[in-house]
Design a protein around this ligand. Structure first.
Ligand code: C2E
Ligand code: MG
Ligand code: MG
Length: 638
């Protein structure tokens, strides 16, 4: 007998094992089966070598020879079964239908049981092999049964592939095309040259093909956690959609990974991510976990009934609440989970993922840990996407307009100032309220263009309507923009180009951002004030006020938010909040505008409480610039 194939296969298995040896590899199911394939291949070759050595040695008891050869026969079929199982797992990787796998396993078990019967029966009747009176190994009449059963296993694999070929990857097809001819060729060679032992060699070749096509591939696998990556997620979703299988997807973002990294170091952060991925993958029997990027993971689970969906949700939330064991201690973390169930393939995988990400954004904005994507979320997202596109180009051609709301001075009884309010015109002529797109513009950065557009429009308007006299205009802008380098230079260049006096331009912002950058804010505001511009503090009383800071900044006017005025409305008697604030603001040399005043009663009350100016529908609504001149000429009194 020539054992060259065995030596060769042991060498090849060692090489594959060395390449494969990376502890993070083990935890996926195919990897574990692949390890078993490698181990069993080596065992096949070693047992074959031992049986060969024993046969050459003198005085070896018959029972030992028979035992080792029987073992060789058993290990042989165990190895081919492991390979078949590996192929089944890879073919059905994207399938949630357990039936096929169950049938496949049953098929393998039946073949193995039949084989065991032959191996046991062989001890008495020598169907597979026997030792003659000289102790020589002889092939029995059914010696080739092992090959026949291996061919049966191959047929099972082929059936499984053909039934699920839509789910199987292209790699799987390639593997089958490469593997089957090699096996058939080797079996044929073995039959023609019975003295050459090729079993171990065939197995090692198959293991190599599998390694090259699947296990050695880094493509599609996240390098740190060894989970499937985002490309595989999209493929998974695509396949699920094509199959019309309802499925449940969770997107999990770990919010404080950077804090964990800073506190414990990056090594710890990596280990945390790895442990998290490891546990996430095991959470649901039928679930597939994905590492999308950074600290974002996804989980795709079959969805059959509502109660099952509910179970998935509670189980995942509980898992996240419990935290992860990392370096022998339990680490809790902050997270956002969004969930979506896809029952009908009405979206592309990209849209589907975008929906989950959008839901995560909403959860983040609302400080929630869990958010479920619903059709309404989808509508909201579409609207936002539409607006996002609209605010990319901020000019008149793209529908941007500036409207003005005159502000009434209670002392002089005339309109002495107005607020510039941006509007976005729809193709049908209707106007989108800034409430809908300003916060979006702040998030996308388009707000800067809006400010410059409004400022330019305001200066143009003032320059071309000298008849308005000294009326000033206030413009809204985010604090952050004020802090940008070159803000003053650009502001000056616009205002001066139109020959507008600086004191007619007032800048309005809310106090939300002041605290973090107080010193810098103060310095920039003083610089602009020295240059003639004035400042209004908008929406005072909306819950962010730090009175102390506010009073130290050079504001000319404090605008009391409409909500504040409405809340204090029942307190008609007594001094009340508005009056106390107004007195304090006056003491500091500033004035007060009451915003959102809608009724005559409120106006009179605010007048009594000492408020200086009124901005509200009771006096004037925001209006188009072309209506303004007529309005000022009519100059109604209150
Ligand atoms: P804001 O600066 O507090 O502007 C006042 C808002 O109250 C305006 O809403 C105005 O139309 C509304 N308003 C005035 N009087 C009344 C009233 O009596 N009753 C009611 N219910 N509402 C009244 P608008 O124009 O929808 O603007 C909303 C917010 O959008 C503004 O609040 C401001 O924060 C922002 N915004 C508007 N234009 C711009 C802009 O050009 N740039 C920036 N950054 N933000 C802007
Ligand atoms: Mg304002
Ligand atoms: Mg306001």
């Amino acid at each position: 007998m020539i054992f060259l194939g065995d030596y060769f296969s042991i060498g090849l298995v060692i090489v594959l094992f060395v390449f494969f040896f990376d502890k993070n590899h083990y935890h996926t199911k195919p990897s574990q089966i692949f390890m078993a394939c490698l181990g069993l291949t080596a065992l096949t070759a070693v047992t074959d070598l031992i049986s060969g050595l024993l046969m050459r040695a003198e005085y070896v008891p018959l029972w030992l020879n028979v035992g080792v050869n029987s073992l060789y026969f058993v290990i042989n079929l165990m190895t081919t079964s492991a390979f078949a199982l590996y192929l089944f797992t890879k073919i059905l990787e994207h399938s949630y239908d357990d039936h096929c796998m169950t049938y496949a396993k049953r098929g393998l078990l039946i073949l193995f049981t039949v084989y065991m019967v032959f191996v046991l029966a062989n001890l008495w009747n020598g169907w597979l092999f026997y030792f003659d009176e000289n102790g020589m190994y002889c092939r029995g009449p059914l010696n080739a049964i092992g090959y026949i059963l291996t061919v049966c296993q191959m047929v099972l694999v082929l059936i499984c592939y053909l039934r699920n070929r839509k789910l199987a990857t292209k790699g799987m097809r390639r593997v089958l095309i490469q593997t089957f001819p090699i096996i058939v060729l080797c079996i044929a060679v073995q039959r023609v040259f019975p003295d050459v032992m090729l079993n171990g060699y065939i197995m090692a070749m198959v293991a190599t093909i599998l390694f090259l096509n699947f296990q050695g591939q880094r493509h599609g696998i996240h390098t740190l956690t060894k989970l499937n990556d985002r490309h595989r997620f999209f493929r998974e979703v695509e396949v699920r959609m094509a199959q019309k299988d309802p499925f449940h997807t969770f997107l999990i973002s770990i919010k404080n990974l950077s804090t964990i990294n800073q506190k414990y170091g990056h090594m710890y952060g990596d280990e945390f991510l790895y442990q998290f991925a490891f546990s996430l993958e095991r959470l649901f029997k039928n679930g597939v976990a994905f590492h999308m990027n950074g600290a974002v993971f996804a989980l795709v689970v079959p969805y059959t009934t509502q109660s099952m969906g509910q179970n998935h949700r509670s189980k995942l939330l509980q898992f996240l609440e419990d935290g992860i064991e990392c370096f022998n201690e339990q680490l809790s973390f902050d997270y956002i989970v969004t969930e979506s169930v896809l029952e009908e393939a009405d979206r592309s995988p990209g849209d589907f993922y975008e929906g989950l990400e959008y839901a995560a954004d909403l959860a983040h904005q609302q400080n929630l840990r869990y958010f479920r994507y619903t059709p309404d979320t989808g509508k909201q997202m579409k609207r936002e996407q539409y607006l996002k596109e609209r605010i990319q180009c901020v000019d008149r051609e793209h529908g941007f307009r500036v409207w003005y709301q005159p502000i009434y001075d209670l002392e002089t009884g005339c309109f002495c100032s107005m607020e510039a309010l941006v509007r976005l015109q729809e193709p049908d002529g209707s106007m989108v309220s800034p409430g809908e797109f300003i916060s979006l513009a702040e998030r996308t950065g388009a707000i800067a263009s809006i400010t410059w557009f409004v400022l330019e429009d305001v200066c143009d308007f003032l320059a071309s309507h000298r008849e308005l006299g000294e009326i000033s205009v206030s413009v809204n802008l985010p604090m952050a923009q004020l802090m940008e380098g070159g803000f003053k230079a650009r502001l000056d260049s616009i205002v001066d180009r139109y020959g507008v006096q600086h004191h007619r331009i007032c800048l309005e912002f809310t106090e939300r951002e002041i605290l973090d950058t107080f010193e810098q804010t103060k310095q920039i505001m003083e610089e602009l004030t020295n240059s003639g511009y004035r400042f209004y503090l908008d929406d005072f009383g909306t819950g962010y006020s730090n009175f102390n800071c506010m009073l130290q900044l050079p504001f000319q006017i404090i605008k009391l938010d409409a909500s504040l005025i409405r809340i204090t409305e029942p307190l008609l008697e007594g001094k009340g909040f508005v009056q106390s604030i107004t007195e304090l603001v006056h003491d500091m040399g500033m004035e007060v505008i009451a915003e959102g005043v809608e009724t005559r009663e409120a106006l009179d009350r605010l007048n009594r409480q000492g408020v200086d100016r009124i901005q509200g529908y009771v006096c004037a609504k925001p209006m188009k610039p072309e209506d303004l001149v007529a309005f000022f000429q009519a100059s109604p009194q209150f």
